[in-house]
Design a protein around this ligand. Structure first.
Ligand code: SAH
Length: 250
């Protein structure tokens, strides 16, 4: 069934007006007609069965019927990635949504080249990817911010998986610290990926010295930033992720 993300509140009988782009997708690509059903979520109210109530020139009107799944949230995983070329940033955002990141933060590092970032485009990519995966929330994408500022205002209790191309520990062993219940560590985590030019020696030194950092290697080959992001999120999931949760359920 088609899944659509909307900003509106969901309750029985709620009338929803998807954007023009979403309406075109529903009627022209997916060929939905009045009376057809689809699934809708807004990141708060769970997943709802909705019916296409009206097909108008200026868009479709949906009507919410009933909740089919309660709201669930994935792990508290952030991806912090240095701004790289536009196409790679777009791939990274899509894959982060698919691999369960809650937030993507774009970082400006010493070796970041200026790139124009279109946040509206990245938001749309994250939304479409979330719709496709079955998750019930959409990752938040943040404006580029200096890496130093991100580190200066670090949240208490959050761990950092620093992907260090100059060498680090194998991730699966380094991230999982055994707990008596055998559940792994349900802590907030961030993964950090550098730009194509890598981190500067000072940045690497500062990152390794932080008390909340675990420096990891992604293997003995240098990966592009997009490949590194996908590999890192997968390895994080393998070590401390939400495999035990079943399909997008708490
Ligand atoms: N210019 C650097 C490579 C940068 S690759 C060089 O040639 O040495 C971009 C980013 O991907 C890196 O900063 C790092 O965060 C991540 N990365 C790539 N390969 C990696 C690896 N084998 N281990 C850990 N991190 C890696």
């Amino acid at each position: 069934m088609i899944r659509l993300h909307v900003p509106q509140t969901l309750f029985p009988g709620a009338a929803l007006a998807p954007t023009l782009d979403q309406s075109r997708y529903l009627t022209q690509v997916m060929r939905l007609k009045a009376g057809d059903l689809l699934l809708v979520f807004n990141g708060v109210d769970g997943e709802w069965r909705c019916v296409v109530a009206e097909v108008l020139k200026k868009g479709v009107i949906l009507k919410a019927e009933d909740q089919v799944r309660p709201q669930t949230h994935g792990p508290d995983l952030e991806l912090i990635v240095a701004v790289v070329k536009k196409a790679r940033v777009e791939t990274i955002v899509e894959k982060a949504a698919e691999l369960g990141a809650k937030r993507v933060r774009l970082a400006i590092t010493q070796r970041t080249n200026a790139e124009r970032i279109r946040l509206d485009r990245l938001d749309a990519i994250a939304e479409e990817a979330a719709e496709q995966t079955g998750r019930l929330d959409v990752p938040v994408i943040d404006e580029p911010v200096k890496l130093e500022a991100i580190l200066d205002t670090w949240e208490d209790g959050r761990r950092l998986m620093f992907c260090d191309e100059t060498g680090g520990a194998p991730p699966v062993r380094a991230l999982a610290s055994p707990s008596p219940s055998g559940e792994g560590e349900r802590k907030p985590w961030s993964i950090l990926i550098g730009p194509e030019g890598g981190f500067s020696p000072e940045e690497g030194e500062r990152l390794r010295a932080l008390s909340f950092t675990t420096a990891v290697s992604l293997g003995p080959r240098i990966l592009r930033a997009d490949t590194a992001a996908i590999a890192a999120m997968t390895l994080w999931q393998a070590a401390v992720g939400d495999w035990d949760r079943g399909y997008d359920r708490d």
